[in-house]
Design a protein around this ligand. Structure first.
Ligand code: F6R
Length: 585
């Protein structure tokens, strides 16, 4: 949520930052802004709307130092005044920020002699720095001292008209520094500068980086800290559209290979995590949104394959379980970004009780990964569409692999998942896409739809509903097939579209009966299944892959979500009100 990019070096930083903001737009697209360092002034330019709509670079002054921000509004509505960067009263200091400052009202009261122009929490940082500069502190100390006053999570970058230093710091929100030849990039996420360098330093919580013609690190108390660059494996093609119209379709189609890539792990690592699960006394799968649904499907997979009980809990609810936690409890946290605030809070709660934490994440260097005792990477490459697709199936594959590893059948698990990967490659051809596009045309005119599943595919019914809500804005709900007659069936009218997820498993006949119950009341049944059935009004075939059916069943719904969004002229990559990487609670 909110994207930050800064540049210090010999190029035109204004251009680098505007370009980087466009690459970070998935983190927020309400408004954007840039602070450009002149000599000895600072100019700030802001606009409401998407940075991708901006094409007037020539209107901005060039500079070797610039800092930009693309916003997802939290504190304060979507206005130009609330867009970042925020400045102090004299316009000499500019600040961009990602996160939430919890004590901002208290601090604003203390700073009442200052002139505030926005409703944001961020603006207080600029005024705190201004006070410290007036008290005679150097810029770096003025920023660091200001940050010690803040409660909450933040990533902050500050620039001053009067200092050659740019200061960047983090506590709870991501910040990564790209190291080029005599140049530095500061960003919330690697894709912002991936075309310039793959050498990065991930800031740790409590790190302050001071950058000019070199870089140094301290903690918030001023103690020197050493940080070494690492080389990341993502490449520019992975982070760009590469000929596709949208990231969402690119990422859906990448599932031809990402399931296989997820399974391509170091066996020792998988076995180590499996051992941790086997030895734990109480395992929780934690995630939010789609990742929460992955956790739920994981609990079914563990029950079926590993004969193990696992609790699936959404991140924001997990703190309510703190009474049950002991040092023998294990959290397996599932996240694409590794930055989801609710899941991070679950980890904090668990750590206080001495629990162990494993994370299954896609982003190297993310906060979650670094808070965990052990981690497994999804290996999916950057996921840029706001809506999660390829990482979802990679995570399901990894939980399946772990379930097999827990019972000494790792190789069998790998064989199954690699065969799924091959089948997806065959499934996702042009004709398949055309058929789903045809169905999308029918669905686009409907306001509501329902998705039913049982067993392993009940969580996929819930996940399918998220897909249909967040991208084409259809009121979709997922139900366990058996629950219909306990209430929801009253919603079925003539022509109501309903997807039935019918795998070739032990609950096949029951879910078909549930689909028939809906059909008998006028519902239009879309069957996602390896075999056609008379009950289906429209059949979407999927390969028969036994326990891995959630992986193949969710992909047609991802496609349906994408094509229905196109039919309705909705932007599939930037759905309204949402942002990738939910770094606020
Ligand atoms: C839905 C979606 C969200 C995320 C959720 C957790 O398509 O993308 O529901 O799954 O915000 O995000 P991560 O996985 O980054 O923790």
């Amino acid at each position: 949520m909110c994207g930050i990019i800064g540049y210090i070096g010999p190029r035109n930083g204004t251009e680098v930052v505007i370009d980087g903001l466009k690459k970070l737009e998935y983190r927020g697209y309400d408004s954007w802004g840039i602070a450009i360092k002149g000599n000895p002034s600072l100019s700030v330019h802001k606009q409401v709307g998407k940075i991708s709509d901006f094409d007037d670079l020539a209107s901005l002054p060039p500079s070797s130092v610039a800092v930009g921000h693309t916003r997802w509004a939290t504190n304060g509505s979507v206005t130009k005044a609330n867009a970042h960067p925020h400045t102090c009263c004299r316009g000499k200091v500019a600040v961009v920020h990602n996160g939430i400052i919890e004590n901002f009202q208290e601090l604003k009261q203390e700073l009442r002699s200052h002139h505030f122009v926005s409703e944001t929490d961020t603006e207080i940082i600029a005024h705190l720095i201004e006070d410290n500069l007036s008290a005679g502190m150097h810029f770096k100390d003025a920023v660091t001292n200001a940050l010690t006053r803040l409660e909450g999570r933040f990533a902050v970058v500050a620039v001053s008209a009067d200092s050659k230093n740019v200061v960047a710091a983090r506590k709870g929100s991501p910040l990564v520094i790209g190291i080029g030849k005599d140049e530095y990039f500061i960003a919330s996420d690697i894709p912002a500068f991936l075309e310039h360098t793959r050498d990065v330093i991930f800031l740790d919580d409590g790190d302050v980086a001071t950058i000019s013609d070199g870089i140094s690190f301290t903690d918030f108390e001023g103690g020197v800290v050493h940080r070494e660059p690492v080389e990341i494996t993502w490449n520019v093609e992975q982070a760009s559209l590469n000929g596709h119209e949208h990231y969402m379709i690119k990422e859906i189609l990448e599932q031809r290979s990402t399931v296989g890539l997820a399974v391509d792990q170091d066996d020792a690592k998988v076995l180590k995590v499996a051992k941790m699960i086997n030895e734990a006394y109480g395992t929780f799968f934690i995630g939010c949104g789609t990742a929460g649904k992955v956790g739920l499907v994981g609990s079914y997979i563990f029950s079926t394959v590993a004969k193990k009980h696992v609790n699936a809990v959404v991140g924001s609810e997990f703190p309510s379980y703190h009474d049950f936690l002991t040092p023998k409890t294990l959290l397996v946290c599932i996240s694409q970004s590794g930055e989801t605030a609710d899941t991070l809070e679950a980890i904090e709660v668990a750590k206080k009780k001495g629990c162990k934490v494993v994370s299954i994440v896609n982003v190297m260097g993310s906060t979650m990964l670094r808070m965990s005792d052990e981690y497994i990477l999804c290996n999916s490459g950057p996921e840029k569409a706001v809506c999660s697709t390829k990482v979802t199936t990679a995570q399901i594959a990894l939980l399946t692999l772990l379930a097999y590893a827990c019972v000494g059948r790792l190789e069998e698990g790998k064989r199954l998942l690699n065969s799924v990967s091959l089948k997806l490659d065959v499934m996702l051809d042009g004709q398949y896409l055309d058929e789903i596009r045809f169905l999308a045309k029918k669905l686009a005119g409907h306001e509501s739809m329902y998705i039913i599943g049982r067993g392993l595919n009940y969580p996929m019914a819930l996940e399918g509903a998220i897909k249909m809500q967040e991208v084409p804005y259809i009121h979709a709900e997922g139900f366990a097939g058996g629950e219909l007659k306990h209430g929801p069936i009253a919603l079925i009218e003539d022509g109501t579209p309903c997807i039935a997820l019918v795998a070739n498993d032990g609950v096949k006949n029951e879910i078909l009966i549930n689909a028939l119950e809906i059909k008998s009341r006028g519902g239009f049944i879309i069957g996602i299944s390896p075999k056609d059935n008379d009950i289906f009004d429209f059949w979407i075939p999927v390969p028969d892959v036994a326990i891995a059916s959630p992986i193949v069943n969710i992909i047609p719904i991802q496609l349906l979500s994408y094509f229905t969004a196109l039919e309705k002229n909705c932007d599939p990559d930037k759905p309204r009100n949402l942002a990738k990487s939910v770094t606020v609670k």
